[in-house]
Design a protein around this ligand. Structure first.
Ligand code: GLN
Length: 389
């Protein structure tokens, strides 16, 4: 038996491979992006309560009403967006299912989708499984900004979608208002739908390089009606294993997500959905406090990697830092990352799997959503190891 052709050429996700490598070798895992401290105790207690109170059977397909209402309030509170929780909000099994359902629900075979490169690996897998064609637009070192001319050039007669991600994994770029406006202008001019993954929406940093507040593209004039916004609680509340995400936007686009989603998971995580409703309503400031705390860990990691001779991109958002490893004499990030557990007892993520072009060959991603002691241990190991290429 062979796999279906729709999976041809799609490798297993690099995150699983590298976490398994970390486990096998006892390396410090700065690869897969999950925090090593859980989210708010009050939210975990709310999940416990929801289970005891009997929220243990299927949630409604679109999600439990209290969560859809809380998501609508979240979008209102943070961005001034007014959503009808019954028609413009659907709960998904993490943002990854949101992406899958959005593409399955909207993309026809042969449709082109412009996507920022480096891209999150599930985008590529799902675009291919839907028969879509990806048109990457590269965010390039050293500053990883959006090249608007390149974006315009990527849009052709068969382009129907722009798949955006900001704050952007893995570059740490937070698209500026001007960049988002350029995307919006193009989407309106060429009648494109924007699908935007905003899971790091609250994890942005202000510092001497300026403030980097996240701006949802759906808030720009003329954009709400053509934007499907995806997000989740996993990153904002350090509950990545709960897989509670959501899609918001105009009823037509959200309806397409639901139309596909009902045949994927149907529905999931009923008690967790109740708990996330309390997180959004009762702990609205928790994600910003996390971001403030992450900022210190970002600097700890970035300063440490710089001291080791790496070229570091200090991120504006997310919990990842990119480095260029050519300064250490390496040409290939995959080789570097496969050698790293043995050389230094640390795991990081190569970014080749997130590129069509060679722009990522020497870029390696490090996660700083780990406790300071873990980051320090990784840096100590790196300093003691032979990192030369
Ligand atoms: N989004 C997280 C990351 O980029 C984890 C993704 C995953 O494991 N599928 O590391």
């Amino acid at each position: 038996m062979r796999q279906a052709r729709r999976l041809d050429g799609i490798p297993p996700t690099i995150f699983t491979a590298m976490s398994a490598l970390a486990l096998r070798t006892g390396a410090v895992n700065l690869g897969q992006g999950f925090p090593d401290v859980d989210g708010p105790a009050s939210v975990i207690a709310a999940a416990d309560r929801a289970m005891r109170d009997g929220a243990n059977q299927y949630a409604p397909g679109p999600g439990v009403p209290v969560l859809r209402q809380a998501i609508a309030r979240h979008q209102q509170r943070h961005y001034g967006l007014e959503l009808d929780p019954d028609r413009q909000v659907v709960v998904t099994t993490g943002c990854t299912e949101g992406i899958a359902a959005a593409l399955l629900g909207l993309v026809d075979a042969g449709d082109e989708i412009v996507v920022l490169e480096p891209y999150y690996d599930s985008y590529v897998a799902m675009i291919q499984m839907c028969g879509g064609v990806r048109r990457p637009v590269t965010l390039r070192a050293p500053d990883f900004r959006l090249d608007v001319d390149e974006l315009r050039a990527a849009v052709g007669p068969r382009t129907r979608f722009i798949l955006l991600n900001s704050p952007h994994n893995p570059t740490g770029t937070v698209l500026s208002r001007a960049e988002l406006q350029a995307v919006a202008d193009l989407a309106i001019e060429r009648d494109l739908v924007v699908v935007t993954d905003e899971v790091y929406e609250h994890l942005t940093f202000s510092d001497d390089t300026g403030g980097h507040e996240h701006l949802p593209i759906s808030t720009l004039p003329g954009m709400f009606e053509r934007t499907l916004t995806l997000s989740s609680a996993g990153k904002s509340y350090s509950l990545t294993g709960w897989k509670i995400g959501w899609a918001t936007g105009p009823a037509e686009l959200v309806g397409a997500v639901l139309a596909a989603k009902q045949w994927l998971t149907f529905t999931s995580g009923a008690p967790l959905q109740h708990a996330i409703a309390t997180a959004l309503d009762d702990e609205p400031d928790w994600p910003r406090a996390l971001a403030a705390d992450l900022r210190a860990r970002r600097d700890l990691l970035c300063d440490g990697l710089t001291a080791l001779g790496l070229d570091v991109r200090r991120p504006e958002g997310t919990y990842f830092a990119l480095t260029d490893i050519s300064s250490l004499g390496w040409k290939d990030g995959m080789e570097f990352c496969l050698a790293l557990p043995e050389r230094a007892g640390v795991v990081a993520i190569p970014t080749q799997p997130f590129h069509d072009t060679s722009a990522g060959d020497q870029l390696v991603r490090w996660a700083f959503c780990k406790e300071a002691g873990v980051i320090e241990e990784a840096l100590t190991r790196l300093a003691a190891g032979d990192l030369s290429g």
